[in-house]
Write a protein that binds this ligand. Structure first.
Ligand SMILES: [Zn+2]
Length: 61
């Protein structure tokens, strides 16, 4: 079984979502979550998205 990094439940009991990061040009799995809700909560708790948003051009013509 693979435990959810957020809640610790088995991710395969739900709709699993996996996170990968690039490390030295290789993809390395760095997280497993039950679903996007656990992933989102984990990101909020860890502050992983703070100040890291890509600039999105919201198409004002
Ligand atoms: Zn979970």
């Amino acid at each position: 079984m693979t435990e959810c990094d957020y809640c610790g439940n088995d991710v395969y009991g739900d709709e699993p979502v996996f996170v990968m990061e690039e490390r030295e040009f290789r993809r390395v799995e760095t997280g497993a979550f039950c679903n996007y809700a656990c992933l989102s909560a984990y990101i909020d708790d860890e502050g992983l998205a703070d100040g890291a948003v890509c600039e999105v051009d919201v198409g004002e013509e």
